[in-house]
Design a protein around this ligand. Sequence first.
Ligand code: FAD
Length: 397
Amino acid sequence: MSASEKKEAFNPVPEVQPLIGRTLFNETHEAFRETARRFFEREVAPNHSRYEEQGHVDRDLWNKAGEAGLLLTAIPEEYGGLGGDRIVSAVIMEEQARVGASAVGFSLHSDIVAPYIFNFGTEEQKQNYLPRMASGELVGAIAMTEPGTGSDLQGIKTRAEDKGDHWLLNGSKIFITNGYLCDIVIVAAKTGNSGQGSADTSLFIVEAGLDGFTKGTPLKKIGMKGQDTCELFFSDVKLPKDAILGAPGTGFGMLMKELAWERLLIAILAQGAAEFAFEHTLDYAKNRQAFGRPIASFQVQRHKLAQLASEVSLGRVYTDECLRAEVEGRLSPAGAASAKCWVSEMCSRVIDQCVQIHGGYGFMWEYPVARAFVDNRVHQIYGGTNDIMRELIARSL
Ligand SMILES: Cc1cc2nc3c(=O)[nH]c(=O)nc-3n(C[C@H](O)[C@H](O)[C@H](O)COP(=O)(O)OP(=O)(O)OC[C@H]3O[C@@H](n4cnc5c(N)ncnc54)[C@H](O)[C@@H]3O)c2cc1C
């Protein structure tokens, strides 16, 4: 059977039951899962290859997601959100992972960018931006990383000068998720001169379309090819005085506040990806014949599958417990860092073996595990690299 005959990309396979049952979800979460599942199966999966070719999702996918109630679910209803908990956010991420939809940047928009505005914005900023982000009219991004610095955020060079009646922003950012389609971006910039990066950093809400704000084309990545990730350039961009989020010099503190959740979010996506790859692989191994029998019947492969099932289940239990801790307000930075670190590495380990079990087909782009292999490597890199995560965990010991 040729690779194209066996095309199976983005067709979810029957779900494999985890080795240990999950207890996180109530009826509301499960009902919401149905909505999210329908959306990803109908609106995203059939178009995903095209997104990969064009380097970004269609702009109107954001409006459709807004109409379906999938954006800003954890933001209160008075600002256009659903008023749900972070388990609802996790359900959306799981359903995205279930179809291998790596092109979609909803979680960054809803669960990272919007909370900055909700937690630190003025009432005017909240009213101005959140309802439009919830409807998909505005796409959000956050820009910290620069060509010269990523892990060492205190070393950023982008600067906003206080010019009395406005701020003047200069600098550039790289690797910005949702960057190409974004309508607003939270930009980290230096505003002070104390020499202490943490005290000199502020955050600004910058609207696309302002004079001097330009975007690069989507960057060519080895994976997540459909997710728009690009460079942003700021050349003498005049920002209104009220574009600042919180007080000058408090940006670093704001960036730190939600880091545990942002790291858990990556663990949730990586866990979903590991399950996605494992499910496809189990299905494949049961159906692929060699020497007159399914490859899953060879003891070597059976034991490998058992090992993968165990690894995936361990990740699931730890991720779920971290999510429970997050909802109950007791997730520690080190706990979140270890979830991000361990689950992202487990994800890569598992997918590597899933590719192996697929043989040559595992190396073919139209196979979900091939895409998963390259799509998910980045979980070890962004959101703070895993080396930095280990540093954080070590500090807590
Ligand atoms: C697909 C993608 C999407 C992204 N989206 C965003 C986004 O939306 N917004 C945003 O701001 N950024 C984004 N990033 C950037 C990402 O967060 C950074 O790439 C990451 O933080 C690492 O920074 P760097 O690339 O500059 O690597 P560096 O900081 O240069 O690190 C290089 C290597 O050195 C190691 N290293 C650095 N410091 C230490 C240390 N103290 N101890 C031990 N080892 C160390 C690192 O672990 C790494 O292995 C994205 C990146 C990618 C690839």
